[in-house]
Write a protein that binds this ligand. Structure first.
Ligand SMILES: Cc1ncc(COP(=O)(O)O)c(C=O)c1O
Length: 284
């Protein structure tokens, strides 16, 4: 992705090549910052209010001043106007600022979309399962584990993606102990058996995906019943089809899991129907 524009709190638009954070910003020192990734369709950020609400929740859980999130709306408008690209990725950040100062920094950054998304959607992705070793009920009771928080501490998620590539796959699926399906490093996970769709419950401490919420709204209209719960990976492996959801990748078919095909090993009908419904909802 190439950065097209960048707007920073108390400064406004800056050259994306300019430095904007201090070396002692805790976002860098400790990976303690809240962020959001939003898809922009035709110049409009999709479900911006939901993303800002989630950012405020993440900020609260990270002890960042959540009111600073209000700075982001005007920055979004400035960054989008300057980007000159109607279909793009908008990323928002709220960092704690310099150590000891406690003045948050807000950033809105617009980038190009990854170039290969539609080719990947046509072929589907192959995933590996990666155990996290967590008790599936633990994150609901242990707020310090930051379950469901979108923080910049994503090194583990990126390492899981790298492990998938190392093993010749495209993506990873995190499992809790008992081989319970959680989520992908940057996606929520879904599968279909007959007219039923299954997706892990938010109580497992996974991220409350904005796309996941849109698909929950759209599924009934397409004749699917959705079940949310704590499911062992065997259910996913035995599904007729599987897919992931995220703002950037939208609905992405998963055609293989741990070297075995999922269903007939091709992108499925629910993924196609929900992708079309998501685009309709986005007015795209
Ligand atoms: C861990 C994780 N789960 C799920 C998602 C999907 O969330 P959304 O649909 O809001 O993009 C993301 C998105 O970045 C993520 O990082």
């Amino acid at each position: 992705m190439t950065v097209l524009s960048l707007a920073v709190g108390e400064r406004g638009l800056v050259d994306p090549a300019d430095p904007v954070l201090h070396a002692d910003d805790e976002a860098f020192l400790r990976g303690r910052a809240a962020f959001e990734t939003i898809r922009v369709y035709g110049g409009r950020p999709f479900r911006l209010d939901d993303h800002l609400e989630r950012l405020r929740g993440s900020a609260r859980r990270l002890s960042l001043p959540e009111d600073e999130a209000a700075q982001l709306r005007p920055l979004v408008a400035e960054a989008l106007a300057a980007a000159g690209e109607p279909d793009a990725v908008l990323r928002l950040y709220l960092t704690p600022g310099r150590e000891g100062e406690g003045r948050a920094t807000a950033l809105a950054m617009v980038s190009t979309l990854p170039p290969d998304l539609e080719a990947r959607r046509a072929h589907g992705m192959r995933a590996i399962t990666v155990p996290l070793g967590l008790d599936p009920t633990l994150r609901a009771e242990a707020p310090w584990l930051l379950g469901g928080v979108k923080s910049t501490s994503y090194a583990v998620n990126m390492a899981a993606e790298a492990e998938a590539r190392r093993r010749g796959a495209d993506d990873a699926v995190f499992l809790a102990s008992g081989r319970i399906v959680l989520e992908g490093p940057v996606t929520n996970v879904w599968w279909r058996s007959g007219r039923e769709l299954f997706t892990p419950a938010l109580e497992l401490g996974i991220l409350a995906g904005v796309t996941r919420a849109v698909l929950l709204e759209e599924a009934a209209g397409l004749g699917y019943e959705v079940r949310e719960g704590a499911y062992p990976v065997e259910r996913l492996a035995a599904a007729e089809e599987a897919f992931t959801s995220s703002s950037v990748r939208e609905v992405m078919p998963v055609v293989g899991l741990d070297d075995e095909p999922v269903g007939d090993g091709r992108p499925g009908s629910a993924a196609a129907g929900l992708q079309a419904a998501l685009r309709r909802a986005a007015g795209a």
